[in-house]
Design a protein around this ligand. Structure first.
Ligand SMILES: Nc1ncnc2c1ncn2[C@@H]1O[C@H](COP(=O)(O)OP(=O)(O)OP(=O)(O)O)[C@@H](O)[C@H]1O
Length: 395
């Protein structure tokens, strides 16, 4: 399922539609509206959350995030514009139909999640299905499965007060998962948790998302959280979305001074990933590459060997300096069949901070692989130091 937000506005106060007209024409600013007793909470929001994507809306307090998410789940009607959930325009639907879409397609996880104190963890996790009138057997089965997914198996018969804050939030997540909806709306879902637990929850969400591929709209005021979990991030300021992009897009090409200022607080070595600093082509060979050129490249980069790829960009092996010299001495025009030496590898999304140790143990660079095990590129010690040097200078 997907969510599409199209020219969405919400103005609070008298005569909101007329205020939207003036905003559209550029005839008034949000500040001027405020003097008239009106608040432009969301101004011309446009974005598309793709199926299976984690899309984060990030902004400071008052930037309009809650208003936006409440329009997406149909609790609040827009002043203008449209919200489509899986192609259905919920902004023009009857309240009853909106409720149906919400029940069938969307689940919510909030910051202060109201668990029912006199009900067990299992019943709490099953609650979302209960309000959807599902049969008891199905409710309990799904609730058990989703509790297991969030690591709470064995806790089914406990009561909320016996759980830590992090565990309670997991029950909230389990409740949302148990409903089986494709779309999950998460409003500051981890913001009330201690930093360590919060990180654990983020990891858990990333892990779940790798197998479940829900369509997630996640609201946060924490930039590092946005950068960690968002496939893409929308930066919001004073009701407007000022930039949409991946963490790396936004970090390396902030659209406005405001965004650039924000980026100064980002823990870059944890946010920037291996794929960003991987050298994509220069350090890569094919079996028909020229051995003399291969030797020059190795020497120029201080590498003991280069990766050889097959036609699908999968790592076929490795050519060392000695291999290339032998090929050259034998007068061969191609490096030929590589040796099957195992090369250290890293996943494309490994944070830079985690590349230092494996790189210190090799003089060949790290092969960076995408989820299909295809080579993204090679990270060398020099490239990493460069990136870290730039980031610490910028930070
Ligand atoms: N029902 C309302 N009536 C009038 N103004 C409102 C209403 N709801 C929100 N606002 C105003 O709209 C603006 C955006 O608020 P919103 O709660 O959406 O921001 P937010 O980014 O979610 O902030 P926070 O993180 O503090 O919740 C604020 O100026 C707020 O005061």
């Amino acid at each position: 399922m997907e969510i599409r937000v199209d020219g969405l506005y919400k103005v609070f106060g008298p005569d909101p539609a007329e205020a939207v007209q003036r905003l559209r024409l550029g005839a008034v600013t949000a500040e001027e509206l405020r003097e008239e007793g009106k608040t432009a909470a969301v101004v011309d929001a446009n974005f598309h959350v793709r199926p299976g994507e984690t899309f984060v809306v990030m902004g400071l307090s008052g930037s309009g995030k809650s208003t936006l998410i409440r329009m997406v789940n149909g609790l609040l009607g827009p002043t203008a514009g449209h919200v489509y959930v899986d192609g259905q325009d919920i902004s023009t639907m009857s309240a009853k139909n909106v409720r149906l879409v919400r029940q069938n397609s969307m689940s919510m996880v909030f910051q202060h999640f109201a668990l029912l104190p006199h009900r067990t963890v299992l019943d709490n996790a099953a609650y979302g299905l209960q309000v959807r009138d599902r049969p008891k057997g199905e409710r309990l089965k799904k609730a058990r499965e989703s509790l297991a997914l969030v690591g709470l198996d064995g806790w089914e018969d406990q009561f909320p007060q016996q759980l830590s804050g992090g565990m309670r939030q997991r029950v909230g997540l389990a409740r949302a998962l148990a409903t089986g909806t494709d779309v999950m709306l998460m409003d500051e879902a981890f913001s009330a948790l201690d930093p360590l637990i919060r990180r654990e929850m983020q990891d858990q969400l990333l892990q779940l998302q790798a197998s479940l591929s829900k369509t997630i709209l996640f609201i946060t005021h924490d930039l590092n959280e946005a950068m960690r979990i968002g496939d893409r991030i929308a930066m919001m300021r004073d009701g407007r979305i000022v930039q949409i992009g991946t963490a790396e897009d936004i970090l390396s090409r902030p659209a406005t001074d405001y965004v650039a200022q924000f980026m100064r607080d980002v823990d870059r070595v944890r946010v920037l990933t291996a794929s960003l600093v991987a050298n994509r082509d220069e350090l890569v060979l094919h079996a028909d590459s020229d051995p003399a050129a291969a030797l020059r490249t190795m020497r120029a980069h201080g590498l003991a060997g280069l990766v050889v790829l097959d036609a699908q960009r999968r790592v076929a092996g490795f050519v060392t300096e000695a291999d290339a010299e032998r090929a050259l001495a034998a007068g061969r025009a191609q490096v030929g069949t590589p040796s099957a030496a195992v090369l250290p590898t890293a996943r494309h999304d490994t944070p830079l901070a985690e590349l230092c140790t494996p790189l210190s143990q090799t003089n060949c660079g790290l092969a960076v692989l995408d989820p299909d095990e295809r080579l993204v590129g090679v990270v060398t010690r020099g490239a990493l130091l460069n990136a870290l040097g730039e980031t610490s200078a910028a930070g």
